[in-house]
Design a protein around this ligand. Structure first.
Ligand SMILES: C[S@@+](CC[C@H](N)C(=O)[O-])C[C@H]1O[C@@H](n2cnc3c(N)ncnc32)[C@H](O)[C@@H]1O
Length: 300
């Protein structure tokens, strides 16, 4: 009887997630505009202490997933070259290390910008995870922007030197540990939200349609559809946390979101530091007073 109880407890403790003991972890695997790496632990501090499966439908560079390092999770993104990197990491981390090492060496083999443009051209001829991985590390400001008409990736070469493949390899090892309980899926957010069950947590960080219209998925994103999905998940007893672009203005547009008044029970402000996107658009000008605060909306 005692043994049975211990086994049951063991199974529960490996299947259940907890936020207890979560520490900040700021080492990014992918460079990604608007990532939540620096304050992911702050976001996590608003999740329930214990919960079932963790779901992240808008994965991007997976900052919150990486910091939480859940025992059991489903992470997804609708952008195939991106999610393919995560799936490769799960299948065999050496694949991801080799992809990066090969391109890092390729970039050394000539003039920096020219080599970057070669890799970018290859990606634009046939979108693929290996070239996309290098581009996320080497593109200007980690901005992966796409031409609306045909999805052409157009970001220029960054001024920085992309990290050495040895350093990247060590990051791959760390992240492999952090995502060992996670399965990765290429799918739309609606399907991810449908999969969440009572007692699960979903963290949503959708593309910001106001300030990031040049970024992936933002052009066609409909906030109301997302609010519908969240409402249904909430009704099943799922805890949903949603990040919204909290900067009061984007250009001259006021970022007002029209969500049903009873959908969220709490709202907190999470400090994001300066707006990376603004810095990119303004070509390096300093931006005193451009401190942006993200809004985090919670269904419970
Ligand atoms: C703001 S980013 C997420 C950033 C992430 N929190 C991080 O820390 O890197 C939004 C992500 O949503 C993805 N996306 C856009 N539209 C989507 C959709 N309809 N379904 C699922 N993912 C989508 C984009 O590819 C992008 O990776």
């Amino acid at each position: 009887m005692q043994l049975k109880l211990e086994i049951k407890e063991q199974i529960e403790s490996t299947e259940t997630n907890t936020t207890l003991g979560v520490q900040p972890y700021k080492t990014q695997l992918l460079k990604w505009i608007g990532n939540k790496q620096r304050f992911a632990h702050e976001i996590i501090s608003f999740f329930p202490k214990r919960f079932g499966t963790y779901h992240e439908p808008f994965l991007g560079s997976g900052a919150v997933l990486g910091v939480l390092s859940p025992n059991k999770a489903e992470a997804a993104d609708s952008f195939n070259p991106l999610i393919s990197i995560w799936q490769a990491l799960k299948k065999d981390p050496e694949i991801v290390k080799n992809w990066y090492r090969e391109r890092w060496l390729e970039a050394q083999d000539g003039e920096k910008v020219e080599q970057y443009e070669k890799i970018k051209a290859r990606y634009n001829q046939g979108a693929n995870a290996a070239d996309f991985l290098y581009l996320t590390r080497a593109a200007y400001g980690g901005v992966i922007r796409f031409r609306k008409a045909d999805g052409y990736m157009s970001t220029p070469c960054g001024a920085h030197k992309p990290i050495h493949f040895g350093t990247f390899g060590r990051r791959v090892d760390e992240w492999t540990q952090r995502v060992r309980g996670t399965e990765f899926f290429h799918r739309e957010y609606a399907e991810s939200l449908e999969r969440a069950r009572e007692g699960d947590v979903v963290y949503c960080d959708p593309p910001y349609s106001h300030s990031q219209a040049i970024l992936y998925g933002a052009q066609s994103f409909d906030q109301d559809d997302l609010f519908d999905c969240i409402e249904k998940a909430k009704a099943r007893g799922v805890f949903v946390a949603l990040s919204l672009d909290g900067s009061k203005k984007s250009g001259d547009t006021d970022c007002a979101y029209d969500f049903p008044p009873s959908l969220f029970e709490r709202e907190v402000a999470v400090n994001c530091g300066r707006s990376m996107l603004k810095r990119f658009q303004m070509e390096g000008q300093t931006l005193e007073g451009e401190v942006v605060t993200d809004r985090l909306l919670l269904t419970h």
